[in-house]
Design a binder for this molecule. Structure first.
Ligand code: FAD
Length: 298
């Protein structure tokens, strides 16, 4: 099953979106902005900035999003979670984004503040889950709202069907796009897409792509977020722990193979988890046919 035979029609031009995390130090800020400047000419549909629990990371997300708005031609999307905040506090953040000119929010429940794997405790007076947050944002202003989707189901979900119920609730509340957790076996995405479309959910289910800058780190992210790492993928990185150059070549090949196969199946939108690094993402985008915009003539 592919997106094209689920949605037959002319091949659409490919578009990308890029996800960044807010920097903690001046050095991290410099490398984030280097990545943003390198990726900007690819004219992404939007760039998103993640959100952590706790006051300081919230401020960093806001600062990064507003700087993108002021200093670039990019359309920023701000991630927002329900964690450790009352509805009123979250609503104030939403209004501040609208007033600053932000028109796109990635609405999430968020991970438990003590880390994935620990029980999620709702803040008293806070939004219950992502669907509740989507409804809250809709009441405030006419944002574009993206939500998370899990081709291999969310680790807390008792079943694939219960997981789809949550996606359905987010769509019913007003979500306009879902971005998937990363996955390495495209069969998981196609199976998921088939189940989503069979339910009559028609919003774009944009595959989240994680170029492997560091195999060990990505394997650990995967374990925490319920994504599987095929043994064949681990084999390709075996013995390259101290050879970053070769690991980079393998990572580029892996990412390109995955994205090209998705494109051949009809996928026209990709979301890249950049980890604030541009090189691998640029290489894959080049293969997908995304070219930097020609510089404007004086
Ligand atoms: P929800 O959609 O509310 O629920 C997630 C899943 O939990 C459901 O699909 C379901 O399987 C299960 N579940 C929850 N409650 C119930 C219930 N009552 N009954 C049955 N099942 C239930 N985290 C951050 O902290 N900051 C970020 O910026 C961030 N960005 C992300 C971006 C993307 C694209 C993705 C895929 C994830 C991101 N996350 C982020 C991680 C996300 O917050 C976690 O995966 C979190 O555990 C779930 O958030 P959600 O919005 O998917 O939650």
């Amino acid at each position: 099953m592919t997106e094209s035979n689920l949605h037959p029609g002319p091949t659409k031009p490919v578009t990308a979106s890029f996800e960044f995390f807010p920097p903690k130090t001046a050095a991290m800020e410099a490398s984030l902005w280097e990545a943003i400047r390198k990726l900007e000419p690819l004219q992404p549909e939007f760039v998103s900035v993640t959100y952590g629990a706790g006051g300081s990371t919230r401020e960093r997300t806001h600062a990064t999003v507003t700087r993108i708005l002021k200093e670039t031609s990019l359309k920023p999307a701000a991630h927002l979670t329900c964690v450790a905040a009352t509805k009123e506090e979250v609503d104030a953040v939403v209004r501040a984004y609208w007033d600053a000119g932000v028109r796109h929010i990635v609405a999430l429940r968020g991970d438990p503040p003590a880390g994935p794997g620990t029980p999620y405790v709702q803040h008293p007076g806070g939004y219950v889950n992502a669907a509740d947050l989507v409804a809250g944002i809709r009441r405030i202003a006419d944002f574009e709202i993206s939500v998370a989707a899990y081709p291999e189901k969310h680790p807390e979900s008792p079943s694939a069907e219960a997981d789809l119920d949550m996606l359905q609730a987010k769509v019913d509340a007003g979500a306009t796009r879902a971005i998937t957790n990363f996955f390495f076996d495209n069969a998981d995405y196609w199976r998921y897409l088939e189940r989503v479309r069979a339910r009559g959910i028609g919003i774009p289910i944009v595959p989240g792509q994680m170029p492997i800058h560091n195999f060990k780190q990505v394997a650990s992210f995967a374990a925490r977020s319920g994504a599987s790492v095929p043994a064949a993928l681990a084999t390709r990185f075996e013995g390259l722990e101290n050879d970053p150059e070769k690991a980079q070549s393998v990572a580029a090949a892996v990412a390109a193979e995955q994205a090209l196969e998705l494109m051949a199946g009809g996928v026209a939108k990709f979301h890249f988890y950049t980890l604030n690094r541009a090189k691998l993402v640029c290489e894959v985008c080049q293969l997908l046919g995304l070219r930097p915009a020609a510089p404007a003539h004086a």
